[in-house]
Design a binder for this molecule. Structure first.
Ligand code: AMP
Length: 274
């Protein structure tokens, strides 16, 4: 494909594909002539007490869904193929990984960047598409590509939500129906934050307190963090602006969920809740 001068697009995933992944495929098709999708549950990015073993997997179903959506190549390596021996070199972020999800998941972003760098080297895409749902991840990948001059364009596509507002995730299947009802506080709190911002709210501390209060009201949601930060540096802000990111991680039962909204440009699924 490369010799034929075709533009190669790439969508890395951990599989158990849902519409969020498939929208990345759609975006990739708009930007490339030929689309590769990887499915790999990367052990390097899971902590010792995390859900690596029970992470959902269904390769047959994924292959059908990907093919139906027009994916040209599926790369589903196993651990021995990607990590055949002792690791001597990894990609470690110096900045931006010491906050938000990095606090509770030490080594997580090192695992992500290392596997994404390897996948880029193997697939050699012209463009790769990531989801805004994993905002900190997409930002760190953009920084890696810039700092290491990797010859790939990074595209970030909006978060895809179920009609009730819950951001799609392979982990949503862990939720019981009561837990799912509680999880809806996440998108509602984000939509309220966008609405307050549009109504003239300026104080980041007050906005953060409001979001936290809505998440915790009624109990049963364990907030890991809620932060109101600048989109490029992930630094807490005092005054809200279009490039302010409201970002959070919460636990509902045993399931860890993340979500975020850029106040100036919330995703379409959130817009409909505002
Ligand atoms: P994962 O399989 O969860 O590692 O995700 C693979 C890619 O899909 C990452 O770039 C994610 O950000 C993206 N992704 C996952 N869920 C969503 C979603 N609901 N909307 C948009 N992108 C998503």
């Amino acid at each position: 494909m490369r010799r034929a001068g075709r533009r190669i697009g790439f969508v890395p995933t951990m599989g158990y594909l849902h519409e969020g992944h498939l929208r990345l495929v759609d975006r990739c098709r708009e930007l490339a002539d030929w689309v590769a999708l990887s499915i790999y549950v990367n052990p390097l990015q899971f902590g010792p007490s995390e859900d690596l073993e029970r992470y959902p997997r269904d390769l047959e179903r994924d292959m059908t869904a990907a093919r139906e959506r027009g994916v040209d190549l599926i790369f589903a390596p196993d651990d021995r193929e990607l990590y055949p021996g002792a690791r001597t070199v990894v990609v470690t972020p110096r900045r931006l990984a010491d906050r938000l999800c990095g606090l509770s998941r030490p080594g997580h972003f090192e695992g992500v960047l290392t596997v994404v760098a390897k996948l880029f080297a193997i697939v050699q895409p012209d463009v790769a598409v990531f989801g805004q749902k994993d905002y900190q991840q997409a930002l760190l990948i953009r920084k890696m590509v810039a700092d290491l001059d990797l010859p790939v364009r990074i595209e970030v596509a909006p978060t895809v939500r179920d009609p009730d507002g819950l951001a799609m995730s392979s982990r949503n299947g862990y939720l019981s129906s009561e837990e799912r009802e509680r999880a809806l506080r996440i998108s509602r709190a984000l939509a309220d934050a966008v609405r307050d911002y549009r109504a003239g709210a300026q104080d980041a501390g007050a906005l953060r307190a409001g979001v936290l209060g809505k998440l915790e009201a009624g109990g049963g949601v364990d907030v890991e963090y809620v932060e109101v930060v600048s989109a490029e540096e992930l630094e807490p802000v005092e005054r809200l602006g279009d490039d302010t990111l409201v970002v959070m991680a919460v636990r509902v039962g045993a399931t860890r969920l993340i979500d975020n909204a850029l106040l100036g440009s919330p995703d379409p699924g959130l817009e409909s809740l505002v």
